[in-house]
Design a protein around this ligand. Structure first.
Ligand code: NAD
Length: 350
């Protein structure tokens, strides 16, 4: 498929290529949709095998950001950027050249950290442009907000499924005990849940066992645990044709991005198995809420209030799913689309 055909498949607004031969800069910025506001999304650095692979990735990721922002009612559009490079070879000059490219877009795209890019990289970018968020002295680490939103979303799902939002005595299997997983376990433990955890990093497992009296299983057994809830907080595509049949839970609610290997097929499979799946891009939006607040002058109280609305969003999408007999994933897109359609105005006219 040609690039323009790929763009027209999900109606992308713009694809921007930045290049500097001497510095080795090869960056692609994808703007999916600016109906609700400027496109915000992180910059990923990865040694893509080909330009085609990088284009596919940046298109897919930027589209995800449109729906994530819309689903939680942020005045932001969807964008994302990739830099084709070995992350071990990043230099200050490269960041500065990239930042000047962002600056020339005049606020159409705002960047943040992502896979293989750090807060320190964003600090360098901020020397050349104001269109960057997630800075040290501002919103900082988004993980606590992501974990809190996931916790609120999980409570909403419990309310819908079992009639009470309480997590007391619920058995929750948590996969991945990194930045988000650890904070999520803390909320769950403090609210009376019993934890069964797994991580490939054994020090992280030991820490959660000690801090929150969790039980642990090996990383390949976490899918088979008999529990009320499974919370994926590690990698993408963990819900697939191999793992889903092993699940012995009633609810899946976790922070990892892109949990379903095949969005439409695997969300339908979970529906058929009567396992409630809470779509990742709605439940894990706390981090985006956190960085977006930096644009207005960071205020943690406002972040907390907005993040708590994830609770209502989840109840709403579960209602849509039940009323229209569609998967929760499809319902989440409907919820986001409703906001996009109701606010149809482009931020910048092309
Ligand atoms: P992280 O890198 O700090 O933690 C990920 C953890 O998963 C690590 O401890 C790692 O050892 C573990 N892990 C990796 N493979 C595993 C496996 N096969 N089995 C068990 N554990 C495994 O990342 P994070 O910031 O905590 O993010 C976790 C997930 O949430 C990611 O998918 C991320 O994209 C998503 N997310 C994070 C944020 C945020 O604010 N950090 C926001 C939205 C979404």
């Amino acid at each position: 498929m040609s690039i323009l055909e790929q763009m027209s498949s999900y109606d992308y607004e713009k694809l921007i290529f930045l290049q500097d031969k001497e510095l080795g800069l090869k960056a692609i910025i994808s703007i999916h949709d600016t109906t609700l506001g400027p496109a915000l999304g992180g910059t990923r650095m990865y040694d893509y095998k080909s330009e085609d692979e990088a284009i596919k990735d940046v298109l897919r990721l930027s589209r995800g950001m449109t729906y994530k922002a819309a689903a939680v009612d942020l005045e932001l559009g969807g964008g994302k950027a990739v830099i084709i490079a070995d992350p071990r070879k990043k230099t200050e000059k490269l960041w500065r050249a990239y930042a000047r490219g962002i600056d020339k877009l005049g606020g159409y795209y705002i960047t943040a950290e992502d896979v293989n890019t750090t807060v320190d990289d964003m600090e360098i970018i901020s020397q050349e442009t104001d269109y960057v968020v997630g800075l040290k002295e501002k919103s900082g680490d988004p993980s606590p907000a992501t974990a809190y939103g996931t916790f609120m979303g999980m409570k909403a799902a419990c309310k819908d499924l079992w009639g009470s939002k309480s997590l007391k005595n619920k058995i929750i299997a948590v996969q991945g005990l990194g930045n988000v997983g650890y904070y999520l376990c803390k909320h769950l433990y403090e609210n009376g849940a019993k934890l069964i955890v797994a991580d490939v990093n054994h020090d992280k497992v030991e820490r959660v066992k000690k801090d929150f009296f969790a039980d642990s299983v090996s990383e390949d057994k976490i899918f088979e645990v008999e529990a009320d809830i499974f919370a994926p907080c590690a990698m993408g595509a963990v819900l697939n044709s191999n793992t889903i049949p092993k699940l012995k839970v009633d609810l899946i609610a976790g922070a990892a991005n892109n949990q379903l290997e095949d969005e439409s097929f695997h969300s339908e499979l979970l529906k058929d198995m009567n396992i409630m799946y809470i779509p990742d891009f709605v439940i894990n939006a706390g981090g985006l809420i956190n960085v977006s607040e930096e644009l207005k002058g960071y205020d943690y109280k406002r972040v907390k209030e907005k993040t708590e609305k994830i609770y209502d969003n989840i109840l709403e999408l579960l209602n849509i799913s039940r009323r229209e007999n569609i998967s929760t994933n499809e319902a989440a897109y409907k919820l986001a689309n409703k906001r996009l359609v109701n606010n149809k105005k482009s931020y910048i006219t092309l």
